[in-house]
Design a protein around this ligand. Sequence first.
Ligand code: PXP
Length: 245
Amino acid sequence: MVEHIRLGVNVDHVATLRNARGGIHPDPVEAARLAAKAGADGITAHLREDRRHIRDADMRALKDVGLPLNFEMAATDEMLAIASGILPHACCLVPEKRQELTTEGGLAVHAGMNHLRPYVSRLQDQGIRVSLFVDPDVKEVEAARMVGADIVELHAGPYTKATGADRQHELERIRKAAAAALRLGLECHAGHGLNFETVEAVAAIPNVVELNIGHFIIGEAIFQGLDPVIRQMRALMDAGRRSAR
Ligand code: PXP
């Protein structure tokens, strides 16, 4: 088991707030600098086709914050060209629908292998690690391996939304998909919808090595401040990890 589970802080919604008034405040790059001081291990940002939150200039500036940058993007030629100009540490390929409020489901990797394969290899040719955001489904993890991905990020959304026995069932799906990733030699991340209540159980899954968390951290920062929220998230992740030993 990797002892230290990495926390990637997603700063998209700092940009959402900034864009609501069309100015320069609050600045997602400043949030990323504060996240670095509070103990984040990486910064995640999603450059969407409609630029509803993060913009091209943000992504370029985030690269210089000094933490590994995880560039979330749709598998399109436009995004491939932008990522190739920025050369982030990693790219996480996500499905993107114009009308959705947020990423709604994992990539259809199994059904879309021919489309995805060239994006994976062209990013990797430039030294960028490639992650695929997938539902916690063993078949999709296997398909991610078949298209040559380095990493799978398991969609934690259904787990975070479920209650009672359904939540346990969804957690079990994440565990099984994470076990499949380990078996296939893929690095395993998880994210979407995680908060103080739901993070520990996912952090306790030994072969999940990174969690990417945004909306809750940024929202809770309004009440508590970014630094204490990131430190508390970090502490809960560490507690989850310790419980797995
Ligand atoms: N991982 C991926 C692939 C995502 O698309 C998102 C949302 O942008 C996250 C993690 C973070 O999700 P949340 O903002 O709900 O914490």
